[in-house]
Design a binder for this molecule. Structure first.
Ligand code: BES
Ligand code: MN
Ligand code: ZN
Length: 498
């Protein structure tokens, strides 16, 4: 979807649809008033007929109105004017785009972006509007023999005030489309079935980035190299699988040679059966989404390359399947990690932390300034936070604040869980340095505590996206989260480091 901006008067703007707002108590926005006036009351007639009242998210599609250049007018309820904040603005945008999906409109202009939305700038309103719109028109139909009806809407304009700062508008459009592209990459990868989206497929995506963008170089490590690096934990997870494991290293060089990079480390289990600790059948298909951390790293690298930020970033994806077989790792097996620490594997379904611990150790080769890992790590995190917030764990308060803040700015929020030392005690083992699981209580945090054992002296944070990375049920599909949060984090990081 292409985004643009326009400051033209609504009645004279050529477009397939003008999206204008109406607040509660039937209060028209200025742009709605202007259209009403030109059309000699097309909107007030609808109000009089009782067709629209300003309830948040309610919509009314009107056809061509006299003396209005637009082919359609879409009225959207904005709720109470005083309460119109970012969440309400996003909801109204989403309602509007959902309606347009069912029409023949190829382009539209949203006048909602020049409403006053609590504490936001035009940059913010373009970002939020574009994020909601692109996510709303996303469809995954590449594997249907007959594709779903194509949505026509492919261009969306944002109305700006006549005195809007043009460079802020341009920055908003540019950042929004770069991030939308990255989110779509992550969603496609997440949605692809596990027989298509294999570790090799993920590696090919990494290589494609290097081909498409000059600043990206990609290196792939196979089984032999994993062995050479002593990644015993990673190898133990792939032991039962026929698919080849891959460690994918994508290097984006936008900064100076000596600048320490940000490292993003993603969990890429392309199918998590649980291994010998086999999962129960219900919803096991959803374990194809167990590579959404990896997908978010690839997606963020794509956003980053589009943004062209002046920083260095290394994206590291540990990709393999977790399968049961005669060669699979057994509960009770003890492995040596790349760090030299030994782990007793009590449950082969706690595999994410086993591939991540070696990937985190590997990240040290780049002397990173910051390391963030992203993983669909625990069912316990879904219980703790549901789908709305990703779980954030770190002992670095400053890093926590920048990640939380980035999430809020991008509408891709996280919530911090405590990572105090007591949780690590759960992992004690009689036979190895520690075990790969603790008890059930606080399971998201003991997983974080496990990873923490591999991050000493690193500036590190862990994002558990088990609840936020995909939706189940009727709306089953990848969300592309937390590409928004991560991209924003990098944008902020770049602007703080010049
Ligand atoms: N990929 C799962 C986590 C998961 C489960 C995410 C369900 C979303 C929904 C992970 O590998 C896993 O199986 N974790 C176990 C850990 C346990 C064995 C300590 C879990 O959460 O049950
Ligand atoms: Mn598992
Ligand atoms: Zn898993």
């Amino acid at each position: 979807m292409k985004f643009f901006a326009s400051s033209a008067a609504p009645a004279r703007q050529q477009t397939d649809c003008a999206i204008v707002g109406i607040y509660k108590a039937r209060r028209l926005t200025d742009d709605a008033k202007a259209l009403d006036k030109s059309s000699r009351g097309a909107i007030t007639t609808a109000i009089k007929n009782g067709d629209v009242d300003g309830k948040l998210g309610a919509t009314l599609l009107l056809g061509k109105a006299p003396n209005v250049s637009s082919k359609r007018i879409l009225l959207v309820g904005l709720g109470t004017q005083r309460d119109f904040g970012v969440a309400e603005y996003r909801k109204a945008c989403e309602a509007a785009i959902s309606v347009l999906r069912g029409t023949g409109a190829r382009n539209a202009i949203s006048y909602l972006s020049r409403e006053k939305v609590n504490d936001t700038s035009i940059y913010d309103r373009i970002r939020h509007g574009a994020a909601v719109a692109s996510s709303c028109i996303y469809r995954f139909d590449e594997l249907k023999s007959k594709p779903d009806r194509k949505f026509r809407l492919s261009k969306l304009g944002f109305a700006t005030a006549a005195d809007a700062d043009e460079s802020e508008v341009e920055r908003g459009l540019g950042d929004a489309s770069a991030i939308a592209a990255g989110v779509a990459v992550a969603r496609d990868l997440g949605n692809r079935p596990p027989n298509v989206c294999t570790p090799t497929h993920l590696a090919e995506q990494g290589k494609a980035l290097a081909k498409d963008y000059e600043k990206v170089t990609t290196k792939i490590l196979g089984r032999a190299e994993l062995k050479k690096h002593g990644m015993g934990a990673f190898l133990s997870v792939t032991a039962g699988a026929a698919e080849e494991p891959k460690l994918i290293v994508m290097h984006y060089k936008g900064g100076a040679d000596g600048d320490a990079p940000v490292a993003l480390v993603g969990k890429g289990i392309t199918f998590d059966s649980g291994g010998i600790s086999l999962k129960p059948p219900p919803n096991m298909d959803e374990m194809k989404f167990d590579m959404c951390g990896a997908a978010s790293v690839v997606g963020t690298m794509r956003s980053l390359a589009e943004l062209g930020l002046p920083i260095n970033v290394v994206g590291i994806v540990a990709a393999c399947e977790n399968m049961p077989s005669g060669t699979a790792t057994r509960p009770g097996d003890i492995v040596e990690t790349m760090s030299g620490q030994t782990v007793e594997i009590l449950n082969t379904d706690a595999e994410g932390r086993l591939i991540l611990c070696d990937a985190l150790t590997y990240s040290r080769e780049f002397n990173p300034a910051v390391v963030v890992d992203i993983a669909t790590l625990t069912g316990a995190c879904v219980i703790a936070l549901g789908a709305h917030h990703s779980g954030l764990m770190t002992t670095d308060d400053e890093l926590a604040d920048s990640l939380l803040d980035a999430g809020r700015k991008a509408g891709d929020v996280a919530w911090r869980l405590p990572l105090t030392p007591e949780y690590a005690e759960e992992l004690s083992s009689n036979f190895a340095d520690f075990a790969n699981v603790g008890g059930k209580p606080g399971g998201a945090i003991t997983a974080g505590a496990f990873l923490q054992k591999f991050t000493s002296k690193l500036r590190w944070a862990h994002l558990d996206i088990a609840g936020s990375a995909w939706k189940g049920g009727k709306e089953k599909g990848a969300t592309g989260r937390p590409v928004g949060l991560l991209s924003q984090f990098l944008i902020d990081y770049a602007s703080n480091s010049d």
